[in-house]
Design a protein around this ligand. Structure first.
Ligand SMILES: *[C@@H]1O[C@H](CO)[C@@H](O)[C@H](O)[C@H]1NC(C)=O
Ligand SMILES: *[C@@H]1O[C@H](CO)[C@@H](O)[C@H](O)[C@H]1NC(C)=O
Ligand SMILES: *[C@@H]1O[C@H](CO)[C@@H](O)[C@H](O)[C@H]1NC(C)=O
Ligand SMILES: *[C@@H]1O[C@H](CO)[C@@H](O)[C@H](O)[C@H]1NC(C)=O
Length: 263
């Protein structure tokens, strides 16, 4: 990061001083990046400002499956915008490639696109948790996928705070390392895929549909908030539910955030 800033500044300086620089001997040209860091130099043009989780994971190298899922579900874009546009930050529990190879064969392939998306979002907490804050985090912890017992997780630490356990209700694991941390984004490595109850246990049956014999109901699309019990189809119902869930999460998080700030 520092290198990038230095390079950017040097470039700007160089542009502003072209006549002066040209009159200097070529050996004095200041803008050559150190030869030891070709990769950061290549990134300068791509990521000038906001935090790019995909790029960080890509650089770390051992998260290729998770990275592929992040991209295929476009959660990388959502996270990128969220980090740029809000001040809550984010916490990512990134399962290593080894974590994915530990899954039962065919687990990922058996998931619908919606479930894949939920699985990825489940690995993201929509606010920043530093490693010290794990000791005081209040359970259950909501995720980007939502709140409630089926979409949140429990995070516990031992007395010294040095070991952090995560329980999803299906999987127990321990954070095995910090991939990245600043003051608003933390990426921790986990060596098991965090399987949410909501995807990997049978979903409760949807609310019984109201007896609806009237055919003119078909024209009433988007019946609005007053008719949540008659989802037109599974899909739109799910989308509506997720939408509301996120509103709630944001509200609750906001309150939680303020509470944390006050304490
Ligand atoms: C970040 O957000 C600002 C507005 O808050 C916007 O102008 C800018 O384009 C965003 N940057 C990226 C890279 O999305
Ligand atoms: C965390 O998990 C490890 C291994 O499963 C276990 O030995 C330890 O007691 C757990 N600690 C907490 C605080 O749950
Ligand atoms: C979290 O802990 C609470 C209280 O111990 C428990 O009721 C709940 O089932 C746990 N949830 C998960 C996802 O482990
Ligand atoms: C996870 O740990 C809890 C206690 O912390 C235990 O009750 C539960 O059986 C464990 N689940 C698995 C799948 O190991």
């Amino acid at each position: 990061m520092k290198t990038q800033i230095i390079i950017s500044i040097s470039l700007a300086f160089l542009l502003l001083n072209i006549p002066k620089t040209l009159s200097l001997s070529p050996a004095a040209a200041p803008a050559k990046p150190p030869p030891s860091s070709p990769a950061p130099a290549a990134q300068v043009a791509v990521t000038p400002g906001p935090l790019d989780v995909a790029k960080i994971l890509d650089k770390a190298g051992r998260f290729t499956v998770f990275l592929r899922l992040l991209k295929s579900t476009q959660e990388d874009v959502e996270l990128y915008q969220q980090l740029n546009e809000t001040h809550n930050g984010a916490t990512v529990f990134a399962p290593s490639d080894g974590a994915f190879s530990g899954l039962k064969a065919g687990t990922l392939n058996s998931l619908s696109d919606g479930d894949k998306s939920e699985l990825v979002k489940y690995h993201i907490v929509p606010f920043f948790i530093s490693s010290a804050q794990f000791q005081t985090v209040s359970n259950p912890v909501r995720t980007q996928a939502g709140s409630g017992g089926r979409l949140s997780m429990n995070i516990t630490t031992d007395v010294t705070g040095s070991s952090v356990n995560i329980s999803t209700g299906i999987v127990n694991t321990t954070i095995s390392g910090t991939v990245y941390a600043d003051s608003r984004l933390a990426i921790y490595q986990v060596d098991k895929v965090l399987l949410p109850l909501d995807v990997f246990t049978p979903r409760p049956p949807p609310p019984a549909p109201a007896p609806a014999p009237a055919p003119e109901k078909a024209g009433k699309k988007g019946g609005g908030a007053e008719s949540p019990a008659v989802p037109k189809s599974d899909k739109s119902g799910a989308v509506r539910r997720i939408g509301r869930r996120q509103d709630l999460v944001i509200l609750v998080l906001g309150v939680g955030w303020i509470a944390t700030a006050v304490l």
